[in-house]
Structures are given as C-alpha cells and as structure tokens.
Write a protein that binds this ligand. Structure first.
Ligand SMILES: [Ca+2]
Length: 363
C-alpha cells in the first residue's frame, strides 16, 4: 500500500508569515483621508522616504505619526467641446442687417428668388382691418394705399398701373402706425412723369429694389430705408410737376416740415439714370445718411432750406462711399446758405477710399 502524502499539507512553520502580517497590521492605525488618499501610520522610528513626513497627531502613540501621501489624482480631462457649427441660412433668408461689405444690388434685394406670387389686380387700401397683418407674396397690379398700422409687406412686387395723376406704387403717408416693407420690388408697369416708387411715413424699408419710377421715393417723417437698391429711374422731358420741364429724378426726396429720415447702407446709384437731380434731395430736419453707396446727380446729396423758414439743421452724413458721376464735377454734397451740417465725416470716394471734397455751399 502506497502512503500518499497530501501535496499541500500544512506544516507549523507555514503559520509564521501570517502571524507576522497580523501583528504588523495590528500595529498600524491607518486613517484614510477624504481628500485623495493618504494614510497616517503610527511609528516612532525608521527611515522615511518617498514623501513620507512626520506629523503631530494627538491620537498617536508618542503624539507623532508618519504621513504617507500618494500621488495627486490625475485630473479629469475636460470634455472636448463640440465644434461650433456656423448655421447655414435657410434658402431665401437674407442677412439682416447686411454685413457692412455687402452692397445691395438686384440679386440681394427685391423678392427672394423662388417665391410664389399671386397677382392682385386693381388699387388696394390696407386700413385698420389689416392692422397687425403680414401681406406676403403679392404681385400688385394697382396702387397700394395704407391707412392702417403695424402692417408688413414682405416679398411683394408693386407695379401700379397706367395713370396720369400723381401716385406712388406704395403710399404709406396716411399710415397710423409703423409700416414695414421687406424684400420687395417697386417697378411701375407703365412709367410716367407722375409715378414715384414709394411715398412713406412711419415706414421702415429693408432690402427693396426700387427702379423705373421718377423719384425712388418721397421720404416723409419717420422713414428708414436700409440695405436697399435704388437705381435706373425713369426720366421724362416733360413733367407737369415741373411746369412741363424735365423730371427732377431723385433717389429719395424729403420736403420741408418732415423729419427723422434715415438712409442706411443702401446703394443709391443714379449713374445710369438720365440727368438725375440727386441721390437725396432734402429740406427735412434730422436726416441721417450713413454707410451708403451713392452716385449720380448734379450733386449727389443736396440739402436746401426753404426761403422764409429757419435754418436747416440736424443733417448727419457719415461713412458713405461716393461714385464719380456728378454732373457738377466733384460736387458730392451741396448745402444751401442756411443749411448746417451737424456731422460730415468718413465720406470717401468708392474707387480710391480718399476723402471726398468739402461740401459746396450756395443757394
Ligand atoms: Ca424729385
């Protein structure tokens, strides 16, 4: 009979390491600190290394302990931010306002390409029953008269019709509150010496394409025109409003008694209009002409007081870029003897960036 010895039978000396470990562990009091991990081991002798330090602690034997400090926890890496995506404008949505360098032209004003339009025949009046409404996608074959308030016209074409009396394709002079015009075109179907693009009061116009009328607009009080293109006006040799002499074509014209007219960042280009008078002809106070491209006219900007009335004041002309198509050479600004410019700065030739000449002044 073979006597097989159990392979892992315990011998007495096998217990020695376990006993020693138990004694050592029992001798050490380990306190885990909340921040990170560190321990204080009670000991009063030995060699300390690797950052171990002797610290005072009242609960320890002899009042001292060795503090062991582990490495600082690795910082949690900050999450990688998601890349910022530049939103792609929806088709047909134009920047508002235009960036400073974006010149208004036919392709970025008027009705947005692809817009479906419904023809509306006959003259229309939008009164109080239309207050608060947005009129969009209309192709107006008739004159539009507004007597209401808080009405918006968006993506419309205003064409008017054949007529011999004075009219505007859109007339907001009798509005009773703010009228807004967005992305719309003004072009008379039957141009004549008596048809202007707009007559405005209490009206804000953005991104309009205005052409083919005699004046682009008559701008009455509280008119803002911005990011719009006024160009290629219709000249007539005989105008009943001028006693049968030729039309006085203006990009915009404001009369005595009106105030608070702002032309901002438009392109009023009368360089290809026959014998135009001015990009702006104004006798209105508190007029701001800022950051436009302006060209054409006898003098491109023309401010005149009306005889028998006070000085014309509150005219601010800043940051405009002028073309060189003045019929009076170099006359970018003409002011009458009783006109005072409140500000005239940073106006330059568009082609060179050089400062334009000082205003000419005479009646
Ligand atoms: Ca005129």
């Amino acid at each position: 009979m073979i006597n097989v010895k159990p392979k892992n039978a315990l011998k007495p000396w096998h217990a020695i390491p376990a006993v020693a470990v138990t004694l050592i562990v029992g001798y050490m009091a380990i306190r885990i600190f909340a921040a990170g991990y560190s321990a204080v081991i009670e000991t009063e002798s030995g060699t300390r290394a690797n950052g171990a330090t002797l610290v005072a602690t009242t609960g320890a034997s002899g009042g001292q302990a060795v503090k062991l400090t582990g490495p600082a926890p690795a910082p949690t890496p900050a999450p990688t931010p998601a890349p910022t995506l530049t939103p792609t404008p929806a088709p047909g949505v134009r920047p508002s306002p235009f960036p400073a360098s974006l010149k208004p032209v036919a392709s970025n004003t008027g009705v947005v390409a692809g817009t479906s339009l419904i023809v509306v025949n006959g003259d229309q009046t939008y009164g109080a029953s239309s207050n608060g409404q947005t009129i969009t996608g209309k192709d107006f074959h008739g004159f539009i008269h507004v007597t209401g308030a808080n009405i918006t016209f968006s993506n419309c074409i205003f064409r008017g019709r054949a007529i011999s009396s004075n009219n505007a394709l859109l007339d907001t002079e009798s509005s009773t509150g703010t009228i807004t015009v967005l992305d719309s075109e003004f072009v008379p179907s039957n141009p004549s010496a008596t048809i202007d693009g707009l007559w405005t009061r209490n009206t804000n116009v953005f991104r309009a394409n205005i052409h083919g009328s005699v004046d682009g607009m008559k701008a009455d009080s509280n008119t803002l025109v911005q990011d719009s293109y006024i160009h290629d006006l219709s000249w007539f040799a005989s105008d009943p409003n001028q006693g049968g002499t030729p039309t006085h074509n203006d990009g915009a014209q404001s009369f005595l008694g009106e105030s608070n007219v702002t032309l901002r960042h438009n392109n009023i280009d009368l360089a290809s209009t026959s014998d135009p008078n001015a990009a702006l002809q104004s006798s209105a106070s508190n007029t701001h002409v800022e950051n436009n491209w302006l060209d054409g006219g006898g003098c491109t900007l023309n401010f005149n007081h009306v005889s028998g009335h006070p000085q014309l004041t509150g005219i601010y002309i800043t940051g405009n870029r002028f073309g060189r198509h003045q019929s009076f050479s170099g006359c970018v600004i003409l002011i009458s003897t009783q006109t005072v410019l409140s500000q005239n700065s940073a106006n330059v030739w568009d082609d060179t960036g050089a400062a334009v000449p000082a205003p000419q002044q005479h009646d």
